[in-house]
Design a protein around this ligand. Structure first.
Ligand code: HEC
Ligand code: HEC
Length: 230
């Protein structure tokens, strides 16, 4: 019996079950009493009136335990996200080839549909570069990006990205998304813009060494010239 009490949650479960049993014991005899059945023990009114207290208390504890279990599940979910921190990797070879030569071929989950449409329709004026493509290639890549954009993937990351996006704007940069800005706010200019090996936050894989595989886990961050401490 003692080992059951070792862990607090076990203790709670024991208390919960005990109260449920008590609650039931108090409820049924009081029904029996109403039917006129004689029972000297349960005839004691102080005991039957206790039903009114024990039942609600056991219900409350039930609820508290259920809530705690829910919280635990959420907590585990977050931990898992931090451990793996995988985003769906790029699966389109043409995309990697055409959009991965100047910078990382960004995983489509990082932008909403409207941003990808905007970018793909303005490739001749692409952040000071001309990244124009043949019409059929452009169409294939647009389809790929749109069908894998943030809205299409249900994950912790896509939810956070979308939640933080201003609805009245079409951002052209992942690095302008409030959630992404927040995650990087502690990085000094020294480590990014003024770091000749990084140049700008747009070069994700300079620091996220497994970014090409879709992993942005903390343990894989290694800032050129500064290492793993950030
Ligand atoms: C000729 C080189 C080149 C090619 C090819 C190219 N880009 Fe870019 N892209 C750039 C430059 C330069 C930037 C701005 C980087 C900076 O600000 O430091 C950029 C930025 C971006 C950004 C914003 C990154 C951020 O800061 O969040 C996105 C998104 C993007 N490109 C998507 C694409 C897509 C999609 C393709 C393929 C259709 C593509 N790029 C092809 C040069 C290129
Ligand atoms: C100069 C290095 C650097 C660059 C470049 C960079 N990051 Fe980061 N990134 C970091 C650091 C440092 C953190 C914060 C890690 C922490 O504190 O948990 C971070 C956090 C993140 C996170 C959150 C990870 C988590 O554990 O929740 C994501 C997602 C992310 N970066 C994506 C990107 C993307 C996408 C790009 C490119 C558009 C990018 N990063 C560019 C260094 C960088």
């Amino acid at each position: 019996m003692i080992h059951l009490f070792k862990r607090f949650d076990n203790f709670q479960k024991v208390v919960k079950s005990a109260l449920l049993v008590l609650g039931l014991l108090f409820t049924f005899p009081s029904v029996a009493l109403d039917n006129g059945v004689q029972n000297t023990f349960w005839n004691d009114h102080s005991l039957t009136s206790a039903t009114g207290t024990v039942m609600p208390v056991s219900l409350l504890i039930n609820e508290a335990v259920a809530e705690e279990e829910e919280e635990e599940e959420e907590g585990e979910g977050e931990e898992e996200g931090e451990e793996g921190n995988l985003v769906p990797p790029v699966t389109n070879a043409t995309y990697t080839e055409e959009c991965g030569s100047c910078h990382l071929a960004y995983q489509p989950i990082f932008l909403p549909v409207r941003s990808w449409e905007n970018l793909m329709n303005t490739l001749n004026d692409h952040f000071g570069d001309n990244a124009e493509l043949e019409a059929d290639t452009q169409k294939i890549l647009l389809d790929y990006l749109v069908s894998n954009a943030a809205e299409q993937v249900k994950s912790g990351l896509s939810t956070k990205l979308l939640k933080s996006l201003p609805t009245n704007q079409t951002l052209r940069r992942i690095t302008e998304i409030p959630y992404i800005k927040r995650e990087h706010r502690e990085l000094s200019k020294k480590k990014v813009e003024n770091n000749p090996e990084v140049k700008s936050l747009s070069y994700c894989n300079k620091c996220h060494r497994q970014a090409e595989k879709g992993s942005y886990a903390e343990r894989e961050i290694d800032i050129p010239g500064y290492g793993r401490r950030h």
